[in-house]
Design a protein around this ligand. Sequence first.
Ligand code: ATP
Ligand code: MG
Ligand code: MG
Length: 550
Amino acid sequence: EASRPQNFLTEIVERDLAAGLDGGQVVTRFPPEPNGYLHIGHAKSILLNFGLARQYGGRTHLRFDDTNPTKEEVEYVESIEADVRWLGGDWGEHLHFASDYFERMYACAERLILEGKAFVDTQSQEEIREQRGSFERPGVESPFRNRPAAESLDLFRRMRAGEFPDGACVLRARIDMAHENVLLRDPLLYRIRHAHHHRTGDAWCIYPMYDYAHPLEDAFEGVTHSICTLEFESNRALYDWVLDNLGPWSPRPRQYEFARLALGYTVMSKRKLLRLVEEGRVAGWDDPRMPTLAGLRRRGVTPEALRDFAELIGVAKNNSVVDIGKFEFAIRGDLEARAPRALAVLNPLPVTITTWPADRVESLELPWWPLEPARGGRQVPFGRELLVEREDFSEDPPADWKRLAPGREVRLAGGYVVKCDEVVRGAGGEVIGLRCSHDPASLADAGRKVAGGTLNWVHAPSAVAAPVRLYDRLFTVEQPDAVEDFLTVLNPDSLRVAAGARLEPALAAAEPGSRWQFLRQGYFFADPVESRPGAPVWNRTITLKDTWAA
Ligand code: ATP
Ligand code: MG
Ligand code: MG
């Protein structure tokens, strides 16, 4: 392993290994609920869990926490497997489903009942909620709390048999209604849900609650370090209660919490992502603007960039919103090393080189990697009719203008130095083109100073048109979650299509799924879904300018 990140979790693992706990094993798990697509927050958890186990020679299970029948679907199971694999997560034989343990969990519940540690409560959910109390106020015991075990057992079996409608009764742990931790005040263990489950079908009509099911899933699988996000800190006492009352276990899993990832200019709750999809605010779960792994992949982000990002931000114990600039920095750093440089003009302004003969086309040999020409290059045609970016010309430039202007010289990247002699106007006086002259000696003189810098350009007659989609942040504010209705702060310009874009001819052959830098414009990805052979569709992964520096 090349890099061995250190954080408070690696310290815990090393301490446990040194103490000879768990027979020297490290077993972690990634336990998604299959109720949506994975997002970048999940990526952090995946990389953490799989990374930790790999670092210490252990293993990681992929476990679907499918204990809630109403929101889960097979489509999500499949997408999650693909996403975890894409990130490099290898679960080997250990693909598990919590629903496979329903029978064992049920047996554990009967044991709790028989030992006087659980009871069936026939009050309404509403009454139970009111009796729970609060941090300041102790709870009120259920009138059914001391019901004989045999009676609870009978009721529980009839719950399972389907004799009662949803909500008629629940199984509760019998712990302490005055406990300072509200979660330990006789929490619900099972509820009735007459619902079809995507794997168990109609075999069950009672389903275990997360706080009861999760520790058992971990224990059944021999998980040693059960890592979850900070919101579950108070649930840990219940996690331990369940395991302590249903053991012995070897190994005995232990829960640890870390800060969930929150990223600026993004929402991550699956409920909100689902709304974006269902209301058509985006094109789907894999829309390149989505923070889903499917969306990031479609945008052109690589698993390596996600890994670099995870290492950059580390593993924290307090929640905070991570600067999206850090994520963008990681993406650029990754693409910088893997994207050849090509020429494209997104918003063309025609340029005529008046000093160039109309019928002459010169083929320039340009390297894909200007700093490493030995890695190869391609032929780029240069002629009398060219295109440059409209934004690179100003008729009345500010003092620090480093681009094209009347009387100003620029270098056309990899080509000649040209000078703007004349502006061509349309009927309304608007600029519709430029007339420039070129310096024939400048091609061989790469060191020649020009006031206007170097511009991207293409040769108009041979350039190819292609759909180029310019993606930007999905929200206009850093914390859309803090706004009452997050849909009101959607960025109306999160997708613009550069309809007139023209690309150098070599890009017509770009493979779907390949990554390129369009000089001065950003990193672009040939969309793997919509591209056709010889006709790529382009997604801008990211612009070139960092807002955050290491
Ligand atoms: P959401 O709240 O968005 O619905 P979730 O937490 O309910 O997400 P799960 O499918 O239960 O989603 O999550 C699977 C695992 O991923 C859990 O262990 C959870 O802690 C972890 N996880 C989810 N979101 C984040 C996040 N933003 N940062 C780090 N880990 C996360
Ligand atoms: Mg969850
Ligand atoms: Mg959740």
